[in-house]
Design a protein around this ligand. Structure first.
Ligand code: CP
Ligand code: NVA
Length: 306
């Protein structure tokens, strides 16, 4: 049995296989074929943070695969009132076939997985957002962008950045990360990514200069400057991140055919300008839709590993 807690635990071939399974299921869905791969199975979805895409995609995905999903907000279940993680894990995994968790600390999902009898999927923690990267890479494959990939990430060194680093390190592409001083990526994650990069041939560069990161990039991406849980720092962050907005001037430094990705939700006038966002909204909303397809691929793949 496998869990999906970070991309670190997966090989390049496994990551590509999960995406390929997702693309197959997507092709079927588009012509109305439902194979019921997870018939009679249930997915428990534990949310300790807000979500639009993650909830809609997992719940819809599980239904389309013939199963059922349970939305468990921590406001409603005893976890939020202090029932231990390990007890919640043993109870939920005795009744459900898979668990998806969105929470704060990565250690919470690790502990849950340790006591779970069924696969646990990371639906975002403070440290990583690996299911988003499955959708992002699937989108790049579909848009024929996955060869000679040079990704520039401009913004906060956060869960999205960390997952981009692990993906680049595993798949062997080039990633340049520009963050303001004091908002760099986690040193441990960087160390791990650089170690993995030696094997895959990935190039991972960190800088404080967005222009350096973006030069000739084939894909430019960013994320909110204020992640969930950091709301109190919002005004301070807006001041510090000035100069990191992905706008037309910034995009003009990238490759002339460069694409823009955003995991959403997007804050126009902060991490991205309205013009850049709307110009690239086609691919951005393909990326959002691919959450559904990539995660269906993931759930079917995890089910096959038992
Ligand atoms: N990108 C993403 O995970 O969106 P939600 O927070 O809406 O789930
Ligand atoms: N970095 C953002 C991603 C939202 C999908 C957050 O954690 O809030």
């Amino acid at each position: 049995m496998r869990h999906f807690l970070t991309l670190k635990d997966f090989t390049k071939d496994e990551i590509l296989e999960i995406i390929a399974v997702g693309l197959e299921i997507k092709k079927d869905l588009k012509v109305g074929i439902y194979k019921g791969q997870l018939k009679n199975q249930t997915l428990a979805m534990i949310f300790e943070k807000s979500s639009t895409r993650t909830r809609v995609s997992f719940e819809t995905g599980m239904f389309q695969l013939g199963g059922h999903a349970l939305f468990l907000s921590n406001r409603d279940i005893h976890l939020g009132r202090g029932e231990p993680i390990k007890d919640t894990a043993r109870v939920v995994s005795s009744m459900c076939d898979m668990v998806m968790i969105r929470t704060f600390a990565q250690s919470m999902i690790e502990e849950f997985a340790q006591f779970s009898k069924v696969p646990v999927i990371n639906g975002l923690t403070d440290s990583f957002h690996p299911v988003q990267l499955l959708a992002d890479y699937m989108t790049l494959v579909e848009h024929n962008m996955s060869e000679n990939l040079k990704v520039a990430y401009v913004g906060d060194g956060n869960n999205m950045t960390h997952s981009w680093m692990i993906l680049a390190a595993k798949l062997g592409f080039e990633l340049r990360i520009a963050t303001p001083k004091g908002y760099e990526v986690d040193a441990e994650v960087l160390k791990k990514a650089l170690e993995l990069a030696k094997i895959s041939g990935a190039i991972i560069i960190t800088t404080h200069d967005p222009k350096e990161a973006i030069k000739d990039a084939t894909v430019v991406t960013t994320d909110t400057w204020t992640s969930m849980g950091q709301e109190a720092q919002k005004n301070e962050r807006i001041k510090i991140f000035k100069g990191f907005m992905v706008d037309d001037a910034m995009m003009s430094l990238a490759d002339k055919d460069a694409k823009f990705l955003h995991c959403l939700p997007a804050y126009r006038g902060l991490e991205v300008s309205e013009e850049v966002f709307e110009k690239h909204s086609g691919i951005v909303f393909d990326e959002a839709e691919n959450r559904l397809h990539a995660q269906k691929g993931l759930m079917v793949w995890l089910d096959r590993q038992r």
